[in-house]
Structures are given as C-alpha cells and as structure tokens.
Write a protein that binds this ligand. Structure first.
Ligand code: SF4
Length: 298
C-alpha cells in the first residue's frame, strides 16, 4: 500500500501548524492507475510527478502515522487511484480509521472511480459515510473522450448510490474542460433531484497530462457557475437562467438580498475545504476559497 497525505494534512499529523483551519484530512492511496483520464496527473499515460494530484504535493506516510487523526480532524477523505488492489487497500484504511476513532465521530469520505454497483454497496457498508463518484466531465462527448466510458454509465452509478444511500453521495464537477454552461446547469439539476452534493473545481492544466495545453476557465465564468451551484444547492431559490445559442449562461437572476459570499468557498462534503487544490498559493484571488476569511480578503 502506498499511502500519502496532502502537505497540510501531513504537517498537522506531525504536530506542526498550518496557516488556516483545515477540518478535513486528505489521504491518497497511490499507484499506477488503470484508467487514462486526460486531465489527471495519475492517468496511465501521464508523465506527471506522482507526488502531485492536481496542484497539491502529497507526502508518503504509513498507517501508524494516522494514530492521532480523529483528534485533529472532523473528516478524512481518502482519494484513491485505481491501481491493482486499490479496493482492498481502501477497506483496510477505513477499518483502521474506524478502530482509531473510538468516539465514533470521524466522518469518512472515499473518492475513487467506482467500477460497478457491487463496489458501491461494499464501500457504503464498510464504515464510509460519504462516497465521491466523480462526473468531472459533464459534456457527453468529452466524458467519453477524456474518461473513456459513457457519461450515462457514470450517471447510472450515481443514481444507484443516491437511491440506495440517500444524502451520502457527492460528485465532483470540473469547469473548463470544453463543456457549455448549459451542460453544467443540466447536470446540477439532475444532481439536485438525486440529492447529490456537487463539489466544483476549476480545470487545472498540469504538465505531463494530455490536457496540459488547455487554459483554465476565466474567473468571471467560474464565479457565475459557483453562484449558480450555490443558489441551486444551498438556498431555496430557483434562479432564473437563460443561455445563448452556444450554451453560455447569459441571464442569471436571483433575489439580490441573498448573501452569495459563501458561493466562492470549496463545495462538496461537509467540512471539505481542499486548500489550493486548483489554485496557486501565490494568487490573491482564488477559484475556490477554503475559509471565509479568505473570501473577505477578496
Ligand atoms: S467533496 Fe471533499 S471530502 Fe467529499 S469526496 Fe470530494 S474531496 Fe473528498
């Protein structure tokens, strides 16, 4: 088992301090992925450095380094690369965490590419609270091209999980992979009907991946999509939307008394902040803010 912790998680596990609060620990089970997602640093053909996932550096750790984890974090997210033996490794880490969490308070998320419904059932009955089944690419054509199976299959797994385990499925959606705003809106609507949480990310080109040459989405577009997600999932508002002939969001009307500042925070499972996952720490303006303090600096 190759177990890693995000740099800030590693620091906290080692008793060091970090500049901001981070209630979720991010772990990664690493290896050679069997899939070839065009934007992923761990894809089969990627030439990226494996100690990165998106922009974040991950340090090697051992299971014994997790001993104090339930005292330091509210949630643990286990991001898993789909290497040979990944599923057994997830179950081993979850079992270990449940033993360490004597107060039974630690929330556990697993984020990996599910192969089938049976895998969902096993994980959801293993001590995992929330399961991340990523859509990532919302456009049907691009989903097949970049993730090499049909969008409908990914959606069928999400639907299965959402119906059988209500409120416990999260999906990841990436903005800036060539999809239209209308396609994002349609996926948001569907996820809302399934009661699936949406964690939004901006596409981050990383050297060594197939899509290293693409540019990230404009901040202006990303903000509009963040506001749309926030209104649809975190308020009772049904925003009025309209699109131009190319699928660009041209009208987004909502009650101006709604405070939308939290729309720019990282979204997804509760307590998930994923600091600098798709932002450089050098940037003053971030796609996803990990604290409300940061949004106030904006
Ligand atoms: S939303 Fe955050 S905690 Fe939940 S699966 Fe995604 S990265 Fe993990």
């Amino acid at each position: 088992m190759v177990l890693r912790a995000s740099y800030w998680t590693w620091k906290l596990l080692n008793g060091e301090s970090i500049p901001d609060e981070m209630p979720t620990a991010y772990l990664m089970l690493d290896g050679e992925c069997m899939y070839n997602c065009a934007y992923c640093t761990h894809a089969r053909d990627s030439e990226s450095d494996n100690s990165y996932l998106s922009r974040v550096v991950w340090k090697l750790i051992e299971l014994k380094d997790l001993n104090s984890i339930s005292l330091k974090f509210k949630r643990v997210c286990i991001q898993t690369v789909n290497y040979k033996g990944y599923f057994e490794d997830i179950l081993n880490v979850v079992e270990r965490l449940r033993v360490l969490d004597t107060n039974n308070k630690l929330l556990i998320s697993v984020s990996t590419r599910m192969k089938n419904e049976k895998e969902i059932d096993i994980l959801m009955n293993s001590g995992v609270n929330d399961l991340g089944i990523a859509i990532d690419v919302v456009s049907e054509n691009l989903h097949r091209l970049y993730r090499s199976w049909p969008l409908e299959y990914t959606l069928s797994l999400i639907r299965y999980g959402a119906e059988k385990y209500p409120g416990r499925i999260t999906t990841h959606v990436i903005v800036g992979l060539g999809e239209t705003d209308r396609e994002l809106y349609e996926i948001f609507k569907l996820m809302k009907t399934y009661n699936v949480k949406v964690a939004l990310f901006a596409f981050t080109p990383v050297r060594g991946t197939r899509l290293a040459h693409l540019t990230p989405p404009s901040l202006e577009r990303y903000r509009k999509i963040q506001i749309l997600r926030f209104l649809m999932f975190e308020t009772n508002e049904s925003p009025e939307v309209d699109f131009d002939e190319y699928g660009n969001l041209k009208i987004l009307k909502y009650d101006s008394s709604i405070d939308i500042s939290k729309a720019f925070l990282t979204s997804g499972c509760t307590h998930c902040t994923r600091p600098y996952y798709n932002d450089s720490p050098r940037n003053k303006v971030l796609y996803n803010y990990h604290t409300t303090m940061e949004t106030q600096k904006k």
